[in-house]
Design a protein around this ligand. Structure first.
Ligand code: HEC
Length: 256
């Protein structure tokens, strides 16, 4: 009895599957005929090309990445800006699969991930592109970019025609949007929703995009040297080095 039920279910589902497949195929043919592209319509090959990972890389001029990043910040914020700064030159130089990547999907990184002040969106953007391009070694590139980001007085980029003038740079000592943006806002004495703060983050996008392009170029020439361990290996706790910023002088002991 049980066997029969299973058989009939299987038959039913197989039949249903066949009819679905037929419908899909005719719909696809309709699209192909509609666009006059029946010859070039080959989902299998283009899909396989997209899925082969990591993706091919050709060297990017860091200054170009910086210029694109600065402009794109004003279109879709920090994470989107860095992703565009690296992916748009690769669309020109490499083509697919970069054309198929929907860049609007990376807008969510703004203000430390939809406004939560966690990882700076520029660093998130760096991690996304190094992940697509370099795979696992991309983590070492991201680690170096984060080290450089927390230690360097930023923003350093000078746009040829700035939207707004700003006076200060600051050293974030943290990869967190909240701390990084907050420290700079304090130095410049401006609120978060000011044109100056936006300009600072646009220039930061340019800086991170150029740094990422630089390290990806070194990596592609097999000249990239990873100089730092990742924090979880140092502290035996996922952490950042600025313990006293949050804990004051009473940094808790890490349980052994
Ligand atoms: C961005 C802020 C921040 C930084 C930087 C930070 N911590 Fe923390 N840490 C916290 C908060 C908040 C808690 C939760 C405290 C609580 O629950 O009382 C915590 C908890 C801990 C705990 C768990 C035990 C406890 O007493 O709460 C340890 C251990 C710890 N931190 C060690 C460190 C060390 C070591 C560093 C530097 C390598 C560090 N933290 C950096 C914010 C931070």
């Amino acid at each position: 009895m049980e066997k029969k039920v299973m058989d009939s279910t299987e038959t039913w589902s197989r039949r249903r599957l066949l009819s679905c497949t037929a419908k899909l195929a005719s719909a696809a043919a309709g699209i192909a005929i509609g666009s006059g592209a029946i010859q070039s319509w080959s989902p299998r090959t283009s899909f396989a090309k997209t899925l082969k990972w990591p993706w091919p890389y050709k060297k990017i001029e860091p200054g170009k990445a910086a210029r694109i990043g600065y402009e794109k910040y004003y279109e879709g914020a920090c994470c989107y800006g860095v992703v565009n700064a690296i992916i748009l030159p690769l669309r020109e130089a490499v083509g697919e699969p970069y054309h198929s990547l929907p860049l609007d999907a990376f807008r969510f990184g703004h203000a430390g991930v939809v406004g939560w002040g966690t990882i700076c969106g520029t660093l998130l953007g760096c991690g996304l592109v190094t992940g697509f391009i370099a795979g696992k070694p991309g983590e070492s590139i991201l680690n170096e970019v984060i080290h450089w980001y927390i230690e360097t007085a930023l923003p350093a980029y000078r746009p040829s025609s700035p939207r707004t003038n700003i006076k200060h740079t600051s050293r974030s000592n943290s990869p967190l949007c909240h701390i990084s943006a907050g420290r700079w806002m304090k130095r410049e004495s401006v609120p978060f929703d000011s044109p100056q703060r936006a300009e600072r983050c646009a220039r930061l996008v340019a800086d991170v995009a150029a740094k990422t392009a630089n390290l990806l170029n070194e990596w592609s020439e097999k000249k990239f040297i990873s100089g730092h361990e990742i924090p979880v290996e140092i502290y035996r706790l996922p952490a950042q080095s600025n313990c006293t910023d949050c804990h004051g002088t009473k940094v808790p002991e890490i349980p052994k």
